[in-house]
Design a protein around this ligand. Structure first.
Ligand SMILES: [Ca+2]
Length: 284
């Protein structure tokens, strides 16, 4: 993988009943298809009033984090292990947009400003995101926010699946924004858009979350630590790693970078034109 210059954009968070319906249908399908580790609750979306950021409730559950040996593109560090998340959490339904960033920070650091207000904000460091969270909380004193842990992110990406992507073992540029010149092994080439696109331009995963694969990489709260050797409960990446994990690939990277199990990282001071984020609402 190349070093990412990331970018972001703020999208207006006004998605409406249609998106709610899509999320509801997606959850209904999921509940009908998966086993005991699958969340059983119905759709539940919370909208942050100042920015319109939408958060989907992800119910507690267990999953296998990591990637089995033999899966194409797997890195050795993706050691499979059981993870249990004991509490529901609210995760951003979309990447944070340029409009949302501007509402809170009164600026727009994105490289791709011409992409528009509904494109993901990019060119924000992990430290910039902490400043965004502090400013957002100052506007909304009854709410607290943070980046997702790496385990929360992968759990939400998989949405009850165990394939390379939430929609199967191959990703196409009809399903996500990655560099289609570099498809999965044996898959045909796709589109190379050369830019982020407005959030929510592709179908959501089974839990109603958009752009977990591609568009922009997403910061997590965790340092890049080795995985635990056994089962883990509510794991957090706390070690002296020096770099924070990013997840999900981007418009600038290949299909494999967008796998749910793929780990990558950056110094928390780094920023670039294909690195953005989504948030977790804390304590709800
Ligand atoms: Ca993404």
């Amino acid at each position: 993988m190349a070093t990412s210059s990331s970018s972001r954009r703020n999208a207006g968070a006004s998605r409406g009943a249609a998106a709610d319906t899509v999320a509801a249908l997606a959850l209904a399908v999921l509940i009908g298809c998966v086993g005991i580790d699958v969340p059983s609750a119905g759709p539940d979306v919370w909208v942050e009033p100042a920015t319109g950021m939408r958060f989907v409730r992800v119910p507690a559950g267990s999953f296998t984090m990591g990637t089995p040996p033999g899966v194409p593109g797997r890195e050795p560090e993706e050691i499979p292990h059981e993870v249990t998340l004991t509490r529901d959490f609210y995760l951003g339904q979309f990447e944070v947009t340029q409009a949302q960033w501007a509402t809170v920070m009164q600026d727009n650091p994105s490289h791709f400003q011409a992409c528009g207000p509904d494109c993901p904000v990019e060119r924000v460091s992990w430290l910039d995101v902490q400043a965004f969270i502090a400013a957002l909380e100052a506007r909304a004193p009854d709410s607290r926010f943070r980046l997702p842990t790496e385990a929360e992110w992968e759990y939400a990406c998989r949405a009850g699946t165990s394939t390379r992507y939430a929609m199967g073992d191959r990703l196409t540029t009809d399903l996500a924004n990655f560099d289609g010149r570099y498809p999965d092994p044996g898959a045909p080439a796709g589109v190379s858009r050369g830019t982020p696109v407005p959030v929510g331009s592709f179908p959501p995963n089974g839990w109603g979350l958009y752009d977990m694969h591609g568009n922009v990489w997403e910061w997590t709260d965790d340092w890049h630590c080795p995985y635990p050797t056994g089962a883990a409960i509510d794991p957090r990446g706390v070690c002296e790693a020096g770099k924070r994990v990013i997840r999900g690939g981007s418009w600038f990277f290949d299909a494999n970078s967008a796998r749910c199990g793929l780990r990558y990282d950056h110094d928390p001071r780094d920023l670039g034109f294909s690195l953005g984020f989504r948030l977790v609402r804390v304590g709800q």
